[in-house]
Design a protein around this ligand. Structure first.
Ligand SMILES: *Cc1c(COP(=O)(O)O)cnc(C)c1O
Length: 365
C-alpha cells in the first residue's frame, strides 16, 4: 500500500543552506524562519535539524510555536506577527516566546503584561512595505517606553523589505536609509534582511538576519547571483507513472481536451494532482522529469493525476519515477510557468503527501 506520490526532504541540504546564509552574513545572528510548517518541509523536523545552530527560530503565530515546544524544541522562538489578542500573553511566558510588536495596541498589551520572567521584543517599523509596523518616526519613543519597562529586557529593531528580490535596488535603498535614519542613536540590535537581502544586499545584514526560502534551497531573486548558485533544493516532490498510452493525431487529453495531439503522442499518467499541491493552473509545457529526463506537462492537471509527454521517452513505462519539483526541476520554474512563486508551491503540498527525511551528506557545510 503505497501511492508513489511523496516528498523526500534532505535535512543535510537545509543545514548546508543555513551555513551558506551564516557565511554570507559574517557575524550576524541567524533567525531561521520555519513558519507555515517550515514552508511545507515539516516544522518540527526542520527545527530539530537547525536547533543547535540557529540563534532563533521564526514562526507566524503561537499555535506554530506550541507545536515546536510540545516536540521539545528549546531554541528561542520569535512570533513574526506578534500576538493577536491580549490573552495570548500567557503563551509568551509559558512557552518562552519573543513577540514582534508592530502596532500601538500590541505595545500596550506588552507594557501591561505581568510575565513571570522578563520578555524580549522585536519592534517592527514600517519603512515602505506598508503592511505591518509602527511609523518609523515613532521608533525612538516606542523604544524608550519598552526599555523603561521593568519586564522587558531585550529589544531588537526590525523592518521588512518589499522588493529585495528585484534587481533594481532603489526601493530597498530607500527602506534601508529610512530605517537607518530613524533608528540612529538607539542602542539596540537591528534586523532587516530576508533571504533575498541576505543573498544580494550585504549592506542590510546588520545584527540579525531572517532567512526563510533560502533555507529550503530556493532562490528568491529575479536575477542571477553567484551567492545563490550554492543553494541546494531540499525537497523532492516525486511520483511515478501509473499508465502509458499512445494517442493519434487529433486526439485530446484529459478534462476540457486542452491538449490536442498534433503528432502521434506517447502520454504518461502521473499519480499526482492539484489535491496533492501541484498547481492546477500549470500550462502545457511546464517542466517535469521522468526517469531523470526533462519533459513536459500536457493536458489539464486533475485532482489526483496529471499527464506528461513521453513521445521522446519511448522506454518510459508504468512505475518509472517522476520528479515534479526538486533538485532537477526547480520549484521556481514550475511556479513561474503557473503564475505563482516557489513559496506558494512549497506551502501548498497537501496532507496526502507523506514527508520522508534523509541526510544526503554527512558534512554540515
Ligand atoms: C517570512 C518572513 C521572512 C523570510 O522571508 P524569505 O523571503 O522566505 O526569506 C523574513 N522576515 C519576516 C518578518 C517574515 O515574515
Amino acid at each position: 500500500m503505497s501511492r508513489p506520490t511523496q516528498a523526500h526532504i534532505d535535512l543535510a541540504a537545509i543545514r548546508h543552506n543555513f551555513h551558506l546564509a551564516k557565511r554570507l552574513v559574517g557575524g550576524a545572528q541567524v533567525l531561521a524562519v520555519i513558519k507555515a510548517n517550515a514552508y511545507g518541509h515539516g516544522a518540527v523536523a526542520v527545527a530539530r535539524a537547525l536547533e543547535t545552530q540557529a540563534d532563533a527560530l521564526g514562526v507566524a503565530c503561537s499555535e506554530e510555536a506550541l507545536e515546536l515546544r510540545e516536540s521539545g524544541i528549546r531554541a528561542p522562538i520569535v512570533l513574526l506577527e506578534g500576538i493577536f489578542e491580549p490573552l495570548e500573553r500567557q503563551w509568551l511566558d509559558r512557552l518562552n516566546l519573543t513577540p514582534v510588536v508592530h502596532n500601538r495596541q500590541q505595545l500596550n498589551w506588552l507594557l501591561e503584561a505581568r510575565p513571570r520572567q522578563p520578555l524580549g521584543v522585536w519592534l517592527k517599523l514600517n519603512t515602505g512595505m506598508h503592511r505591518l509596523g509602527l511609523a518609523p518616526q515613532q521608533a525612538s519613543a516606542a523604544y524608550t517606553e519598552l526599555s523603561r519597562c521593568p519586564h522587558i529586557d531585550r529589544v531588537v529593531l526590525m523592518t521588512h523589505f518589499a522588493r529585495a528580490d528585484e534587481a533594481a535596488s532603489a526601493p530597498t535603498d530607500a527602506q534601508l536609509a529610512c530605517f537607518k535614519r530613524h533608528c540612529a542613536g538607539i542602542a539596540a540590535p537591528r534586523s532587516l534582511a530576508n533571504s533575498a537581502a541576505i543573498l544580494s544586499r550585504p549592506d542590510s545584514h546588520a545584527d540579525w538576519v531572517r532567512p526563510g526560502i533560502m533555507l529550503y534551497g530556493l532562490d528568491p531573486l529575479d536575477h542571477d547571483t553567484p551567492q545563490a548558485a550554492d543553494l541546494r533544493p531540499a525537497l523532492r516532490f516525486e511520483s511515478a507513472l501509473t499508465a502509458v498510452r499512445e494517442l493519434a493525431v487529433g486526439e485530446s487529453i484529459g478534462y476540457g481536451g486542452r491538449f490536442v495531439c498534433t503528432r502521434p503522442t506517447r502520454v504518461g499518467v502521473v499519480a499526482a494532482g492539484y489535491a496533492d499541491g501541484y498547481p492546477r493552473h500549470a500550462p502545457d509545457g511546464t517542466p517535469v522529469a521522468v526517469n531523470g529526463t526533462r519533459t513536459q506537462l500536457i493536458g489539464r492537471v486533475s485532482m489526483d493525476m496529471l499527464t506528461v509527454d513521453l513521445t521522446e521517452l519511448p522506454q518510459a513505462q508504468p512505475g518509472d519515477p517522476v520528479e515534479l519539483w526538486g533538485p532537477q526541476i526547480s520549484a521556481t520554474s514550475v511556479a513561474a510557468a503557473s503564475g505563482t512563486i516557489s513559496y506558494e508551491l512549497l506551502t501548498s503540498l497537501s496532507r496526502r503527501v507523506p514527508l520522508h527525511y534523509y541526510n544526503a551528506t554527512a558534512a554540515d557545510t
